[in-house]
Write a protein that binds this ligand. Structure first.
Ligand code: G3P
Ligand code: CA
Length: 364
């Protein structure tokens, strides 16, 4: 079964309501609005995140979208990697021991593509008392097998090749990582990302790609300057987090300040946000009243309802069966809470097979 076909009746009803509320904007948003599963960094619960191997596995699991997180190299190449550091997921500290910055981190932007391709990629780890400790101990063994980092273009060619051989049309869900940081370093990661997407034929809202970012100031720049200049208009999602994460910075009076995510969480601002974003990507916990929510008693807040009222879809992140919150007792309860109780339009998960299976059961 196609996961997009879930609840066609309710989608049509929602389409009619949304259309009456906000016109053609809602039509576009709801067109991407059937329930979907997004492979978070590929099938990263089973193979090291963002490897082409993890993308192939997720592809076969039946997802609608494969996620790409992007960073830029010293020689201006886009590589598919979650952090703008290399040290959590590679042997960079062994191969280039003198290339860390003062903070001890090895930055993607300080290495050429050739240097990055010489690294071995692995399941993620933290350093504890100088020892590498795997973040998710039951996942793929650290430094098991051989994996490499690849470019964004290489991943697009891989997915388009699979689409050709498998007779499917699986989409890209592309996140520019830390545009503010790349700007500080003199690089425009969003422009580079759009140029690659255009080169591979992704130019309109009908193209099977969603452009996502935590950086709302950069999203405004993308929508009002970059996309028009490049003759593009892609679907976009603004990612939401709390202020503790210090995920994004913005220039205020010439100084870089942490971005205040409270602006994006205030429904009074949703009309303005919806001018730039076709959807929202909150952490899934943001869908619930966490003061009242307990195991067996999920209390949903108004985030999804408010987003829908402004024609935006909601794709929360990230369901992990090996990192469940205490208000659910198994992963299906979390899929139920996010996709059915809170009525999100899709969800990012490290375990795409479990998400697809949940939607298939729900559709029955
Ligand atoms: O982009 C959605 C989700 O991936 C956001 O979290 O930190 O895994 O990129 P992160
Ligand atoms: Ca991401």
């Amino acid at each position: 079964m196609n996961v997009r076909s879930l609840a066609v009746g309710s989608a049509i009803a929602a389409l009619m309501v949304a259309t009456s509320l906000v016109g053609s904007k809602a039509v576009m948003a709801q067109a991407m609005g059937d329930k979907i599963i997004v492979a978070h960094r590929g099938a990263s619960g089973y193979l090291p995140e963002h490897t082409l191997e993890s993308k192939a596995l997720a592809y076969q699991m039946g997802v609608a979208y494969l996620e790409q997180d992007l960073a830029m190299t010293r020689d201006d190449q886009l590589v598919v990697v979650h952090d703008h550091y290399l040290d959590r997921v590679t042997d960079v500290a062994d191969k280039f021991p003198n290339r860390a910055r003062a903070d001890g981190r090895y930055y993607v932007i300080d290495f050429t593509l050739d240097e990055i391709k010489s690294l071995n990629f692995t399941e993620g780890f933290n350093l504890e008392y100088g020892q590498r400790v795997q973040v998710y101990p039951k996942r793929f063994p650290m430094f098991g097998s051989t994996f490499k980092i690849h470019t964004f273009a290489e991943e697009i060619e891989f997915i388009q090749g699979l689409n050709a051989t498998m007779g499917r049309d699986i989409g890209l869900y592309v996140e520019t990582k830390a545009p503010w940081f790349h700007k500080q370093e003199g690089k425009d990661i969003s422009k580079a990302t759009l140029e690659v997407l255009r080169q591979y034929g992704y130019t309109t809202k009908d193209s099977n790609v969603i452009f996502q970012t935590f950086d709302f100031p950069d999203l405004k720049y993308v929508k009002t300057e970059l996309m028009p200049a490049l003759g593009m208009d892609l679907k976009t999602v603004i990612l939401l987090t709390d202020n503790e994460s210090k995920e994004t910075y913005e220039l205020v009076d010439g100084k870089w300040q942490p971005y205040d995510f409270n602006y994006l969480l205030d429904p009074q601002n949703f009309a303005e946000i919806a001018q730039y974003a076709d959807g929202m990507g909150p952490a899934y916990k943001m869908l619930f009243d966490l003061e009242q929510t307990k195991r067996g008693h999920i209390v949903v807040n108004d985030l999804v309802k408010n987003a829908h009222a402004h024609g935006m879809v909601v794709h929360p992140y990230t369901i992990r069966k090996d990192a469940l919150p205490d208000y659910v007792s198994n992963v299906d309860e979390l899929f139920q809470a996010v996709l059915i109780d809170a009525d999100a339009d899709g969800v990012f998960t490290d375990f795409p097979d479990l998400g697809v299976a949940f939607l298939q059961r729900a559709a029955k």
